[in-house]
Design a binder for this molecule. Structure first.
Ligand code: CA
Length: 227
């Protein structure tokens, strides 16, 4: 069931929207102010967030950057005012879509469905380019790495190491092989440089770098991923 967060302080409008969305099979969580909304976002993973422009504690456009820090869910902004300036400001603040009150309920449903479709397509295309090994997901296009769902910041060299090794789990790479593949030179003196890259990478991706789950040292030879 798709989860919708409805941030709207006018009870009448909130109730009408809730009832209609539920009829269309959405699960709706209402929030009457910004603070409650942020708490809800912390607890639940929403598919779409409907955000009213004017709230008692904070304006919708000011709330969007905070929402963005917490979730990738698309934000549909509602406003009672129809001035074009609101629309521009809404998009500048980072809203994904915009609807002016009063609106047709079917229009709202159509917009919500479109936003959900768009995010699902994005998720799919991101997954296609991901290399995955156990808890590690490496997204080549975005140069992004997640370990157990959390984003990890890697240097280009660390990323390259992971990119090479994740494609051959369990295979032992010799240090010379890795120096050539990762650092791009075929030279004996780079062993220590390589080892320091591996040490830093371990600190970033391993829960316990002393007893690594992913990157194993093969003494006298090199390294392997898992296995
Ligand atoms: Ca309001």
């Amino acid at each position: 069931m798709k989860q919708i967060l409805l941030i709207e302080d006018e009870t009448g409008i909130a109730q009408t929207i809730c009832v209609q969305l539920q009829l269309f099979g959405f699960e709706v969580t209402p929030a009457q102010n910004a603070q409650t909304a942020l708490e809800q976002i912390r607890q639940t993973s929403f598919n779409v967030i409907i955000l009213d422009w004017m709230l008692p504690d904070e304006d919708g456009p000011q709330l969007i950057p905070k929402i963005r820090q917490m979730t990738k869910a698309p934000v549909l902004m509602l406003t009672a005012r129809s001035e074009i300036i609101d629309k521009i400001m809404g998009f500048e603040a980072g809203a994904d879509d915009y609807l002016t009150k009063p609106f047709d309920m079917m229009e709202l449903i159509a917009r919500i469905k479109a936003l959900i479709r768009r995010t699902e397509q994005q998720d799919d295309s991101q997954k296609q380019h991901a290399l995955i090994y156990e808890g590690i997901s490496l997204y080549l296009d975005m140069r992004r790495v997640e370990v157990d769902g959390k984003e990890i910041e890697l240097t280009p060299t660390e990323f390259k190491i992971l990119e090479i090794m994740i494609q051959k789990p369990g295979v032992v790479f010799s240090r010379n092989e890795l120096i050539e593949l990762v650092l791009g030179y075929d030279y004996d003196g780079y062993g220590r440089t390589l080892d320091s890259h591996f040490a830093r990478l371990r600190n970033k991706i391993e829960l316990d770098p002393k007893s690594p789950r992913y990157i194993k040292t093969i003494f006298g030879i090199g390294y392997k991923l898992g296995g």
